[in-house]
Design a protein around this ligand. Structure first.
Ligand code: FES
Length: 159
């Protein structure tokens, strides 16, 4: 396990040292790590603290201030369902309920098999095609529960 941790620490350090910004900060380092791994692993807090010469508490302070940082590993695929006003009027609530039921989720989060992370979005920026969802950042407009489930079952045939 120690070897795995050492290797992971090395990988994090490599990511931190490959930042090309002129000024390396705690925030830029957190962003680099989240871009690379999809979340901020606990070990990265320690490595960032050493790398930027800050305390672990200072790094946690920055990381926990921004709600976009996540501290758990995301699912293999990202599903976002828009529930903004336009999509809501076009029926996104039904899609949201049906998809949550199919995925076995009560709200946002990861499915048990970690195939999907479900996130709500307040506007995916394509209101004219409401209701809109996105799977791995591909937008799908004029969605229905059936069309979304069909797409998801191509990723996870057990659905
Ligand atoms: S409200 Fe859903 S895309 Fe804008």
């Amino acid at each position: 396990m120690q070897i795995d941790n050492d290797r992971f620490r090395e990988e994090i350090n490599k990511e931190l040292s490959s930042q090309t910004r002129p000024t390396i900060t705690v925030l830029s380092s957190l962003l680099a790590i989240q871009d690379k791994f999809g979340y901020i692993p606990e070990l990265a807090i320690d490595v960032i603290a050493q790398y930027t010469e800050h305390t672990i508490n200072e790094v946690w302070g920055v990381a926990s201030f921004y709600p976009n940082f996540r501290f758990t590993k995301p699912g293999e695929n990202m599903l976002e369902i828009c529930w903004g006003p336009t999509c809501h009027l076009a029926g996104s609530s039904k899609i949201l309920n049906d998809i949550q039921e199919a995925l076995g989720l009560d709200g946002e989060g990861e499915t048990i098999n970690n195939k999907f992370t479900l996130k709500y979005n307040t506007c995916l920026g394509a209101c004219s095609q409401a209701p809109v969802i996105s799977i791995n950042h591909d937008f799908i407009g004029n969605s229905t529960s059936e069309s979304v489930l069909e797409k998801l079952s191509k990723i996870d045939p057990k659905l």
